[in-house]
Design a protein. Sequence first.
Length: 447
Amino acid sequence: MTLGSDLGVAGASRDELYTAMDWLVGRQDAIEAELARRHLHGADRHGAIAMFDLSSSWVEGSCCPLAGRGYSRDGKKGKQQIEYGLLTDRVGRPVAIRVFPGNTADPAAFIEAVDLVRSRFGLTELTLVGDRGMITSARIGALKQLGGLSWITCLRAPAIKALAADDGPLQMSLFDTQDLAEITHPDYPGERLIACRNPALAQLRAAKRDSLLTATEALLGKITTRVREGRLAGADAIGVAVGKVIDKYKMAKHLTYQISDTTLTYQRDQAGIAAEAALDGIYVIRTSVPATVLDAAATVQAYKALSHVERDFRNIKTDDLDLRPIHHYLPDRVRAHVLICMLAQYLTWHLRRALAPLTYTDEHPPARDNPVAPATRSAHAERKAARHTTHDHRPVRSFRGLLEHLATLTRNTITVGDRTFDKISNPTAEQQRAFDLLDAPIPLTLR
């Protein structure tokens, strides 16, 4: 790697690196304000839309004041963590990131994001998009009082069930000829509810529920065998054993069981399963955005754009940047570490788009006539994936594979007699094409 020597920092000490991090975090507000000016102020006909979501990474050591025990999105048990909220534009370009203590609840993080948007970025007209755990009814009440900020989120399962009651507006007949329909309810005054049904999602949820029920029954079957063979007796002891496994896969609500001192029987609650199955594949989007700004289809698309934030988190944490784990213990060093990863993801976002012709990325994803249906790839992208070559017969790689291929471009220091000079190896056609796509020459140095 030549980057360190080219920039004159190859011999930087640890203290110098920390000084650079301290310098960067001191300019975080100014950097993010400029990104917001570029990507959030430039509203299109749908108005400015920002996505917000929360993630976490575990912390090594025990001295970081920000470390806390909370819900680990990494599935890392026994570790303290920090949380961070990422704000992006509607296509997933990172704009701002904030670090929170590891035990911060989603709604509290959302309130700080709102404050960031209003006080730091000066955005008084903006639509914030967040999932059902982020933008709760309480947070919506706060947004209403602030004014100027609208939202797009999704209802939780109990609220959807209430709408689907016998006298509710969410009836299955709505989906006889279409996949989405707007409904209203007095519990949501001045808001729009867009009910969607995805048959593919319904099949997936039904299959998952059946699989989890089967796994739970297998665990209960082992306990039944112990009871039958006399190796487990007493209603209390049997109950303790059942309690340890009954909710492992969150299927206790779909099973009923009877326990005595010498027996254990269980069966599926078919009525409860049927009631839940009736709502499989149905979700309801809740928004304050007027239909004149975003129609029903555009609102669904805006909510689904949260997947861009999930992709950013995946790139930041594992695919490209490997943010985790956190080894710093000073809060500002943690913030600087996370900010560096966000800025690197901003660069990665643009690189992925610029280098798309040489990767499997779909350069021209087809417009979605039905926003509820699963996304499809263009015929051009399907041909790239099938042939592993571009239309002009160049190899197609993953984004990571392309970067690894670019890394084989070497700079050699050559000494002939008393003369020393640097020379870059001859680039392959793909390496030259990559730099052409970036509209940049292949430099001898990066100074």
